[in-house]
Design a protein around this ligand. Structure first.
Ligand SMILES: CC(C)(COP(=O)(O)OP(=O)(O)OC[C@H]1O[C@@H](n2cnc3c(N)ncnc32)[C@H](O)[C@@H]1OP(=O)(O)O)[C@@H](O)C(=O)NCCC(=O)NCCS
Length: 163
């Protein structure tokens, strides 16, 4: 079955917000990293499912670095968009900002790349639409995703050789 290409804007999430409350904090009074990872996985999977029109599973997450902490009362802003797709897999880029509502200052907390695989009704991997990048930023992310994919394939091959 052929699946027609889709734009990045058709599935992007620009500002999913989450208000930090005291029960979101770890023992150093900053936001628990696992909470952010779980929300990111959900937000990114919405992008993958919108793009593919299929249920999607998380295949991998490239390294996730927490650059800055978020604090009690901050507003977390989650952004996610489709960078590129291949046969059955898709790379979604994610970014989290922490906003101080008193000053409006926004700090970059985390960026990462999730890979999802689309699954059909029988549980098998299934083809996904190509991505049509339109803006300069989308075209840059599309090209960079290709380089990351090459690295992932190389790492997968190295893992296979070690097994
Ligand atoms: C992800 C999964 C579907 C891949 O299945 P598989 O049979 O190993 O897949 P294949 O080697 O045939 O690869 C299928 C696609 O996934 C990609 N892929 C597989 N493993 C990957 C990884 N670790 N990172 C990135 N991409 C990966 C392949 O490059 C391929 O992409 P393409 O079809 O676009 O070329 C399977 O390993 C799985 O079901 N894992 C568990 C997923 C899960 O439970 N996630 C957490 C809860 S949602």
């Amino acid at each position: 079955m052929t699946v027609s290409a889709k734009t990045v804007s058709a599935s992007a999430i620009h500002d999913h917000t989450y208000k930090v409350f005291p029960n979101d904090l770890n023992s150093t009074e900053t936001v628990f990293g696992g909470l952010i990872m779980a929300i990111l996985d959900r937000v990114a999977s919405v992008v993958a499912e919108r793009h593919s029109g299929r249920a999607c599973v998380t295949a991998s997450v490239d390294a996730m670095h927490f650059l800055q902490p978020a604090k009690r009362g901050d507003i977390l802003i989650f952004q996610a968009s489709m960078n590129r797709s291949w046969k059955t897999s898709m790379e979604v880029g994610v970014r989290v900002l922490a906003e101080d509502y008193r000053t409006g200052e926004k700090r970059h907390m985390v960026s990462a790349y999730f890979t999802f695989v689309a699954i059909d009704q029988t549980g098998s991997k299934t083809p996904v639409p190509a991505v049509m990048p339109e803006t300069d930023a989308e075209k840059r992310r599309f090209a960079e995703a290709g380089r990351r994919r090459e690295r992932r394939c190389q790492e997968a091959e190295e893992r296979r050789l070690r097994e």
